[in-house]
Ligand binder design. Structure first.
Ligand code: AMP
Ligand code: GLY
Length: 428
């Protein structure tokens, strides 16, 4: 098979790496890819959002399977455009990519199918939104409806902060079209976890659970980022909880859509808040998570290309996944200053020293391969360790990172520690 991976992050390097292990895969292209994908695939100079150019490329190069990594092309309808040309692609069609593209669509869908989520109201008028906020009190959450590169959710500790968020979205239009409507939603307290599933609209094949670390500094301090690290599995997701997520969320959604004549196909990412042993959906994403993917796929023993192809072919019914039982920890190494402004073009040294360490993997995100690897983004690398315990996986990843260096590099020192805390408390 000739495969095209669309995107340029750590997720895409990890997807390409896993796909490259498949005996079904002969050649991989990445559009546009990064320094890491350049070493295992052929990067092509087409951006992830240039859908027409991607279609032309796939036709010309006889691509057998395309995998769209990021949300923007999915929400813009890349799947419909590929399928219209008879090209096979992994992902949901535009009408259901709206589960990520419009938070209002997602919340209304959840409400319709009785999927547990925080109570909410929708507003396009700032005055009405503010009145509702004053009535509900703080903490409270304000969300822009559309895609806002992860910045459209504001968890507000005070009424004033929530009013400011409404003002920024509905009046000052700081989020553009994404903020023309907002959701004001109850604030849920608990612990977050993610469940990802493959589905062809009939069968649900879950991956192992995982947990992201969204804040930039240790102990969940500082602003939100795209994700500073992840681990899998997440011990907070017991078998019982996994069962509840499957029936109350995944089956409810996929079956509900089916009854409406809609087929959700591809990857569904369920972002959860776990409160009192019950799951509540914070968000749906219509793609693999980043950096969750980098903590999940090193544990996957099954052939990813085969599963993706079967998903695209509506043929998941006999598929089950084999897993390495060990823990996997992915630590994101970022540019100093991220998620605010940061410098690029810093030479990365030491990567060759960790290339051959057993149970350690490095997935590139914001890197470029010139004559050497240089930084080109906020999140630069994901360094992954596998181990029988969380501590062992952490030690693997953190010892490997010590070999790597670039000017102003920054990473969290506590990725995976929440799992340890949870496990220790359970023992007590
Ligand atoms: P989302 O993109 O909807 O997942 O929101 C981004 C982050 O905001 C989540 O990962 C949570 O940390 C937080 N968040 C979103 N909705 C809520 C909520 N209703 N209560 C508390 N935190 C929330
Ligand atoms: N790690 C969160 C996401 O991919 O949206």
């Amino acid at each position: 098979m000739r495969v095209l991976v669309v995107g340029s992050g750590g997720r895409e390097h990890c997807l390409a790496w896993k796909l490259s292990q498949s005996p079904l895969v002969k050649k991989i292209y990445c559009a546009p890819g990064n320094g890491g994908t350049a070493t295992i695939a052929q990067n092509i100079g087409i951006g992830a959002d240039d859908i027409d150019a991607l279609v032309d490329f796939a036709v010309k190069e006889k691509i057998d399977l395309t995998v769209a990594g990021p949300e923007a092309p999915l929400v813009a309808g890349i799947v419909d455009k590929f399928e219209a040309k008879g090209l096979k692609i992994f992902g949901p069609a535009k009408d259901l990519a709206l589960l990520e593209g419009s938070k209002i669509f997602a919340k209304e869908t959840m409400k319709k199918f009785n999927i547990p989520t925080a109570d909410f109201k929708i507003f396009d008028d700032a005055g009405e939104a503010k009145a509702y906020i004053r009535e509900k009190g703080a903490p409270i959450v304000v969300k822009a409806d559309g895609l806002a590169a992860g910045k459209g959710v504001i968890v507000c500790a005070s009424i004033e902060e929530a009013e400011e968020a409404v003002e920024a979205m509905l009046v000052k239009k700081q989020f553009g079209a994404a903020g023309e409507k907002v959701i004001v939603e109850d604030c849920l307290e608990g612990e977050e976890a993610s469940i990802l599933i493959f589905t062809d609209g009939e069968t649900i094949v879950p991956l192992v659970s995982s947990q992201d670390h969204k804040r930039v500094f240790d102990n969940d301090k500082g602003p939100n980022t795209g994700g500073m690290g992840a681990y899998a599995p997440a011990p907070i997701v017991s078998d019982e909880l996994f069962g509840k997520v499957n029936s109350k969320v995944c089956v409810a959604l996929i079956e509900g859509l089916k009854k409406e004549g809609k087929t959700y196909k591809g990857m569904l990412y369920v972002g959860l808040m776990i409160k009192g042993g019950e799951p509540y959906v914070l968000e749906f994403n219509v793609r693999f998570g980043d950096p969750e993917t980098q903590a999940i796929l090193p544990k996957l023993k099954s052939d990813l290309a085969d599963v993706m192809l079967k998903t695209a072919n509506n043929d998941l019914k006999n598929v089950s996944l084999d897993w390495d039982e060990r823990y996997c920890v992915c630590v994101v190494v970022a540019s100093g200053g991220y998620p605010a402004s940061y410098e690029k073009g810093k030479v990365i040294t030491g990567l060759e020293r960790i290339e051959n360490i057993k149970d350690v993997y490095v997935f590139h995100a914001g890197t470029k391969l010139d004559t050497e690897f240089v930084t080109s983004g906020g999140r630069v690398l994901g360094v992954v360790g596998l181990g029988d315990t969380i501590e062992e996986a952490q030690t693997k990843a953190y010892s490997a990172i010590k070999n790597i260096s670039f000017e102003k590099m920054h990473y969290r020192k506590d990725i995976g520690s929440k799992a340890l805390k949870f496990l220790n408390e359970k023992v007590k």
